[in-house]
Design a binder for this molecule. Structure first.
Ligand code: PLP
Length: 431
């Protein structure tokens, strides 16, 4: 059994069980046994096409629980859009992860998870659809809803704070219908998340609804994200391959954990920098060794407004097993003012971006070493944050087709008070 529960090491499970269960005993996260992860033949891998290479990586991460053939086929289906490395200037490039159906990097993880969950059910002889309930401030809900839309393996329920997700973003999940339901909760994101937590603590609901979560605690999402870091290296010139540092705009620290996993597997990343906004629990922790989340602050990069990053135990597990990684990992916080200035600086260099990516750009400027090339991770398309970006840059943004086509569609969401009983009844009534 290749995956271990980080909160209770007596629980080891297969990859497919981890996908089905989501969270282990004592709320523990599943993770590979770091000491058992192989070093991959990087040169050979970088010469392969994306899907085939991803098949090898995914199979290795899952300890062989998925065959290379199956994993390649899943990668082919899930990652059917580009992840280009685009030059910003001499010293900086952007790994653009926003060319999927919902224009954010979460499409990679969500699409792979949808395939992995279907496969997990097949392996387990379980043909009862799962209920996937997810709280979102935007990107997760859209990616998960799109990935599971019209899949018989699951029904998706997206909870989001009413009037606090941009109307355009909300339309990516409120207009779908079929097996995707959306509920605008009259409250804030924390209240949505609290409702979901309560649901997972309700044993009867978990069982009756065959409940699953699609947030970044699901190990399949994390594994999918390792693949695009290798893809980035395949695109870098050999001159840059040994002097490139990855800078990841971070909230729950899933994406940056995937970069560290890629490093553990042998990808020659110079350093990994986790860039946060003013929700700086991790940068403070790395200085003081005190874990002291403060109340969450609202920022321009709102998908990163998280003060207790739920993937942190995974990062710690990696660093604990491999101190060398620790020497090549750091985390920096970026102020609102610096975010605005970074967005403007990018624009003046001819690169139109958005606030999350701008946080990474600013962090790299602060930390850059002599001769180092920075690969900032572009986590969302500028059009997803069009209003904000237009306001800051005074430039107008053209909406890509995928966003244009949801504008005319009817919204099918319900509205609800942040009331657990009401949510429970709503979920139980659906057959
Ligand atoms: C989710 C998200 C992030 C944060 O990613 P984590 O894996 O949670 O650290 C950053 N940028 C955007 C646009 C996101 O949607």
């Amino acid at each position: 059994m290749p995956l271990v529960n980080l909160a209770d090491e007596s629980q080891c499970v297969s990859f497919y069980d981890a996908v089905r269960i989501g969270l282990g005993r004592s709320q523990g996260l599943f993770f590979p046994k770091v000491e058992e992860l192989p070093k991959l033949p990087v040169d050979e891998l970088l010469a392969m096409p994306f899907a085939q290479r991803s098949g090898v990586i995914l199979s290795a991460l899952a300890g062989g629980d998925i065959s290379i053939e199956d994993a390649t086929e899943m990668a082919q289906q899930a990652f059917n859009f580009a992840a280009p490395v685009v030059a910003v200037n001499e010293a900086v490039s952007c790994l653009e992860l926003f060319h999927g159906p919902t224009l954010a990097f979460k499409d990679f993880g969500a699409r792979f998870m949808a395939l992995a969950l279907a496969k997990a059910k097949e392996v387990n002889g379980d043909n009862r659809p799962s209920t996937i309930v997810t709280a979102t401030s935007g990107d997760t809900g859209a990616a998960v809803a799109a990935a599971f839309y019209r899949q018989s393996s699951a029904r998706v329920v997206v909870l989001y704070p009413q009037n606090k997700v941009s109307p355009l973003q909300a339309r990516l999940f409120t207009t779908l219908g079929d097996n995707v339901q959306s509920i605008a909760v009259n409250g804030d994101f924390d209240q949505c998340q609290a409702l979901v937590k309560q649901l997972f603590n309700d044993a009867e609901a978990v069982n009756h609804l065959n409940l699953n979560s699609a947030n970044s605690i699901n190990i399949s999402r994390l594994f999918a994200q390792v693949c695009y870091y290798f893809e980035a290296w395949a695109q870098l010139s050999t001159d840059k391959q040994n002097r490139t540092t990855i800078v990841v705009p971070s909230g729950n620290f899933g994406n940056v954990c995937a970069a560290l996993l890629a490093m553990q597997l042998g990808l020659p990343i110079k350093r990994v920098i986790a860039a946060t906004n003013s929700n700086d629990t991790v940068p403070r922790y790395l200085q003081s060794r005190q874990w002291q989340p403060s109340p969450t602050k609202q920022t321009l990069s709102n998908a990163m407004d998280i003060s207790a990053p739920n993937n942190w135990p995974r990062v710690e597990a990696l660093l604990a097993h491999n101190p060398e990684l620790g020497g090549r990992f750091e985390s920096v916080s970026v102020s609102e003012q610096d975010t605005v200035e970074a967005l403007q600086a990018l624009h003046s260099q001819g690169y139109l971006s958005e606030p999350h990516t701008a946080v990474a750009f600013s962090a790299f400027k602060k930390q850059q070493q002599q001769g180092e090339h920075g690969l900032i991770v572009g986590t969302a398309h500028p059009a997803k944050f069009a209003e904000l970006v237009e306001q800051i840059l005074g430039a107008s943004i053209e909406l890509p087709k995928r966003l244009q086509h949801v504008i005319g569609k009817a919204e099918l969401n319900q509205t609800m008070e942040p009331d657990y009983q009401q949510l429970r009844e709503f979920l139980f009534d659906y057959q």
